[in-house]
Design a protein around this ligand. Structure first.
Ligand code: GLN
Ligand code: ZN
Length: 762
């Protein structure tokens, strides 16, 4: 029976906006990588993929969702899939177009036979990365792929109708980049109209295949948008609403409120709108005045899609209930796709039971959605709601000592002397040449090092043996740097699996999962630590390694820490207190570490904050508050040292526009940044903004190429012209962890030679 209450479409039902695709045990990663190594055939890879899709559909149907999302699978990335569907394949891949479509897909994702891959970048403020489509005036959109249609058919054959999920046309174009060679002033959005015709055709084919609903994701509208971009949204959904034979249109906003986009969608002919109500209630507040919503379904995204905590059913239901008067129908959903959380918290049997009780991964979240949906429908689920309340109310672990210490901090804990005063003190303490040479921290992580770590974990070697082996590696790296002639040395970070996980493993308040994998990009998965309670440092973490390294040499050795913003950004973080408060706890622990390093004789400490920009809130109005706490936390870490101790920070990107002021406010003595690929353009932004030491990277660590001394000299001279010899440092773009030893040695020799030339001439 068709339920038409408030909408002329079949009822949508409770749902989730998307689901993990990698498989509970990373089956997809294994299958894809075997295929890349040519150990299996495309046929076998497709069979694994079909099994994963079938299992996901069955699981979501069996859990009791009213609407099962489809097309959530991808061999690599949903933006790449969208590009292939609409025929946005750059000409350089023409040679790959004739073979198996999988090979074209992987060529675009990873590059092949000298043809460079599409660029990859962060998906909004998550740790997922998508491939950036390249659109030029010559791009001719056409319905070139039918994966979404095939997926609907596959579901039907399984007996499970699905609602295919697609990247919406406007977000697709806003996230694409203008192809190389496109004329100035061209923007991908210029091609909206022809793209809409392809989407229109796709909608019709989906309808023929039996889809009753389709979901078009438009998360780009969680950020500030220009009137022209908002106009594009209006035009897009007027056109798609107009398609004669089409499924019901669900447009999903997520990663924030839709803001100005909401009235536009409310006035459009779309049938349903998904709102992210975890991000806030701004859209709920606005909904009452939007009469256009009265004949639409609104999905209340009240179950957090990108963090791992249980939902408070009272908060969730009251937010959803507030929509009841405004919308034709209200359904429960997640705030965004569940792609960003692991599969199943109940498998985490090594975690403390009371922590597991607090966790909800994808499976648990589906159960929450179903329960809340039943409650909203008026079913008597009192007992289940009581149980959910109890779990959501379980408190985080509390550490009164940490809280008391933080309460006692005054402004002087965050403040250092004037930059000039510090510079003088440091010059006499360190006695460095002009344009000092250094590296960012890590040296190549050899297979040997990884084997040693695995052996320690498996109990095949003991702690003492592990320490002996790592010390041997540190000594080797120190001698290597001395031989090359670098001025400021590093210990190479051999003891670190990962710059965040390492600290999470050594701080109280964090837990590591066993199966908590999430997709980072393509076949790459990460297992983010879970910051679940008050954070503290039981004992020094890096001091032993760094003092050992310093003991081997007279040259200054840099202590090496990951900053609080980055530690938070790459973990799942508790949401029961403001992020800034959690950042201060991490900051306090790291402050103690910095002071211990100083006391142990380290004269330079580097605090890496590569995530500073990526966690910047999407809307400008939210940015100042973020910058405030981020800067505060960094200054808490670094504000406790003597003037003569030099603080470095490192940031791994070159577009600083929005964060220049924040970087300046960090007040580090030396800032090293990525700059090689942008050929020092970064200095235009930072040159005047940061009046202290600056090391624009002259070696692109993502490339296997060894830059010559001449190449690096040119870059350094360009930098010197802009910021002067007194401030300039010579260093690579980023850590050397993923490079090969031979490349690193050759490059660093050239780097030292380049710095010497610049010095001699300057
Ligand atoms: N110190 C770290 C390293 O060199 C910094 C890594 C990073 O910026 N992502 O590996
Ligand atoms: Zn970096």
């Amino acid at each position: 029976m068709t339920d038409t209450q408030g909408t002329n479409r079949p009822r949508l039902g409770t749902t989730v906006l998307g689901y993990p695709r990698i498989g509970p045990d990373r089956e997809l990663k294994r299958a894809v990588e075997r295929y890349w190594r040519r150990e299996t055939t495309a046929y076998e890879l497709r069979a694994t993929a079909a099994e994963l899709r079938a299992a996901t559909r069955a699981e979501l149907r069996d859990a009791g969702l009213g609407s099962v999302p489809g097309n959530t699978f991808s061999f690599y990335d949903q933006m790449l899939d969208a590009a292939l569907t609409v025929g946005a394949v750059p000409a350089r891949f023409a040679g790959h177009a004739a073979g198996d479509p999988l090979d074209l897909l992987f060529a675009m994702a990873r590059g092949a036979e000298g043809v460079p891959a599409l660029e990859m970048t962060k998906w909004f403020d998550t740790n997922y990365h998508y491939l950036v489509p390249e659109i030029g005036p010559g791009t001719r959109f056409r319905l070139a792929g039918r994966t979404p249609v095939d997926d609907v058919v596959e579901g039907r054959e399984q007996g499970i109708p699905t609602r295919p999920v697609l990247v919406g046309p406007v977000t697709f174009l806003l996230l694409s980049k203008a192809a190389d060679g496109a004329p100035d002033g061209f923007a991908p959005l210029d091609l909206l109209d022809p793209l809409l015709e392809v989407y229109a055709q796709l909608l019709t084919e989906l309808s023929w295949a039996g889809a009753e609903w389709v979901q078009l994701d438009e998360p780009a509208f969680a950020a500030d948008r220009t009137p022209a971009e908002l106009g594009a949204l209006r035009r897009a959904y007027a056109r798609l609403g107009d398609v004669a034979e089409r499924p019901g249109l669900l447009v999903a906003g997520y990663f924030g409120s839709l803001g100005e986009a909401l009235p536009i969608l409310a006035d459009s002919p779309v049938d349903a709108i998904a709102l992210d109500l975890v991000a806030g209630t701004a859209d709920v507040d606005a909904a009452g005045a939007l009469t256009g919503l009265r004949d639409k379904t609104v999905l209340a995204g009240v179950v957090e899609g990108r963090n791992v905590w249980r939902t408070d059913p009272d908060v969730a239901l009251s937010r959803a209930a507030r929509l009841l008067g405004s919308a034709g129908r209200v359904e429960i959903s997640t705030s965004c796709s569940l792609l960003h959380v692991p599969y199943d918290a109940s498998r985490e049997t090594t975690l403390p039971a009371d922590l597991v009780e607090r966790l909800a991964f994808a499976r648990e979240k589906v159960t929450e959605v179903v329960l809340l949906g039943r409650a909203l429908d008026g079913e008597d689920v009192t007992a289940e709601l009581d149980a959910a309340r109890a779990r959501a109310a379980r408190p985080a672990g509390r550490d009164d000592r940490v809280r008391a210490r933080l309460d006692a901090l005054g402004a002087d804990h965050y403040r250092r002397a004037d930059g000039e005063v510090r510079a003088k003190a440091q010059a006499s303490a360190l006695d460095l040449p002009t344009v000092p040479t250094t590296t960012i921290g890590s040296f190549p992580q050899t297979g040997e090092i990884r084997k040693d770590r695995a052996a320690l974990k498996a109990g095949r070697i003991d702690d003492a043996e592990y320490v002996r082996r790592m010390r041997a590696e540190i000594e080797r790296v120190v001698r290597l740097q001395e031989g090359i002639g670098l001025d400021v040395l590093v210990h190479g970070e051999p003891e670190r699996n990962d710059m965040v996980q390492y600290f999470a493993e050594h701080l109280a308040g964090f837990a590591a999962t066993e199966h908590g994998w999430v997709q980072s990009y393509g076949s790459r998965c990460v297992r983010p630590p879970i910051l679940h309670s008050d954070v503290s440092r039981a004992a020094p973490i890096t001091v032993g390694w760094s003092t050992y390294a310093q003991s081997l040499t007279d040259r200054p050795m840099k202590g090496m820490l990951t900053g609080p913003v980055t530690i938070l950004a790459w973990s799942f973080v508790r949401d029961d207190q403001p992020l800034g408060e959690t950042a201060r706890q991490v900051g306090l622990a790291l402050r103690d570490e910095v002071r211990d390093l100083e006391a142990a004789g380290l004269r330079i400490v580097q605090v890496d904050e590569p995530a500073l920009r990526e966690t910047l809130p999407l809307r400008r109005a939210d940015q100042p508050a973020y910058v405030d706490w981020a800067v505060d936390a960094f200054r808490l870490v670094t504000g406790g040292v003597a003037d003569s101790t030099q603080i470095h920070t490192h940031l791994c990107y070159s577009e600083f526009g929005e964060v220049v002021a924040a970087i300046d406010a960090l007040d580090a003595d030396v800032t090293t940044v990525e700059a090689a690929r942008s050929r020092m353009e970064v200095l235009d932004a930072l040159g005047s903004g940061v009046p202290r030491g600056l090391g624009p990277g002259v070696y692109d660590v993502h490339s296997p190429e060894v830059p010559s001394a001449a190449t690096m000299t040119v870059l350094l001279r360009a930098a010197l012209d802009r910021i002067g010899a007194q401030r300039l440092w010579a260093n690579p773009d980023c850590g050397l962890k993923t490079r090969r030893e031979t490349e690193v040695v050759a490059t660093l020799r050239n780097l030292v030679a380049a710095a010497a030339q610049v010095r001699a001439a300057g």
